[in-house]
Design a protein. Structure first.
Ligand code: UDP
Length: 329
């Protein structure tokens, strides 16, 4: 059985659905603080609880035979992490220590970790590969790098295998439009643009147009959530095949295509046929100017390749927002 923490969240729920489609049996552990029970695939066993609660973990590890833990449960907002750093160190680091300790106690040896491109900080090269130095500039990135460091330490002295996946910007929704992105409050760019183009907000805010980029707005690399999910399935299969051999790998997951905030607004206008009203705001604290991935390592080693381009990604998100204008509620 696969334990998926945070399986009621945006990314976790898509991965759970993919795992169930592929015939894996899945246990979701989620405290529903930001996740949605409606997003959890009915084929999964659901436990409502916290990753930092050792009693709940003991109960799970004694009741079920867990082969691999996929750890999505975390707070993941750069801006919020600058304002509330302790929340990030508590939920992303302290709770993960509890999970890892229980895994060691119960001899559960395979771990897939949701890491982030925020671990790189402000990279010197325009396309980011895994060997670049990690110098995060916000508590979110620092919290994820702290866990990566713990994983490396653990794997050196224990029978413990891990793959950390450094996500770039995740977007889009399941093609069925039954599950998608629903945060409250919503802070991510694509859902904010689409909600505005649906008439739900009066304008779209652009946080800074004085960055050193061609149009002055931040550049990000947007990856469809199902392409990201595919990366997790390949990582899982690799870990299971490698039984008996030590695995300690870090992979980027991105599209290698940089899109600026203004370009994204134009792309969303093209997909939806609606016209945006832009409101310029000051820079958001903690935002690096440009983050674009090289995903060559995971392509070469695991045969991963993204299937959705940026327009197809926006289209799936748009379908979801039209189907569920108020999210799951
Ligand atoms: N952004 C923006 N307006 C919004 C939301 C985001 O201008 O309403 C910008 C944000 O400052 C960043 C980029 O869009 O430069 C991507 O932000 P998002 O929060 O989607 O992802 P992040 O890169 O922070 O993980």
């Amino acid at each position: 059985m696969i334990l998926v923490t945070g399986g009621a969240g945006y990314i976790g729920s898509h991965v759970v659905r993919d795992l169930a489609d592929k015939g894996y049996s899945v246990l979701v552990l989620d405290n529903l603080s930001t996740g949605h029970i409606e997003a959890v695939d009915k084929r999964a066993t659901f436990v409502c609880g916290d990753v930092g609660d050792s009693k709940v973990l003991e109960q799970i590890f004694t009741t079920y035979s867990i082969e691999v833990v996929m750890h999505f449960a975390a707070n993941c907002l750069v801006g919020e992490s600058v304002v509330h750093p302790l929340k990030y160190y508590h939920n992303n680091v302290a709770a993960t220590i509890c999970l890892l300790q229980k895994m060691i106690d119960y001899h559960i040896t395979n771990f897939i970790f949701s890491s982030t491109c925020a671990t790189y900080g402000i990279p010197k090269e325009s396309t980011i590969h895994e060997k670049l130095p990690t110098k995060p500039i916000n508590p979110y990135g620092i919290s994820k790098l702290m866990v990566e460091t713990m994983l490396a330490n653990l794997s050196e002295i224990n029978d413990f295998n891990y793959i950390a996946l450094r996500y770039f910007n995740v977007a889009g929704a399941h093609p069925s439009a039954e599950i998608g992105e629903d945060h409250n409050p919503e802070t991510h760019l694509i859902p904010n643009i689409l909600r505005h183009l649906q008439g739900m907000t009066p304008f779209i805010e652009v946080f800074g147009n004085d960055y050193e980029t061609p149009d002055g707005t931040c550049i990000r690399d947007y990856l469809h959530v199902l392409d990201l999910s595919e990366g997790h399935i390949l990582a899982l299969e690799y870990l299971l095949q490698q039984q008996g051999q030590k695995t300690a790998e870090i992979f980027n997951l991105g599209n290698k295509q940089g899109v600026s905030v203004l370009e994204m607004i134009h792309l969303c206008e093209q997909v939806t046929g609606a016209k945006a009203t832009v409101k310029l705001q000051p820079r958001r604290k903690g935002d690096p100017p440009q983050l674009v991935a090289s995903s060559k390592k995971i392509q070469d080693l695991l045969g991963w390749a993204p299937r959705y381009d940026i327009k197809a990604t926006i289209e799936t998100a748009w379908n979801w927002h039209q189907q569920y204008p108020n999210g799951y509620k």
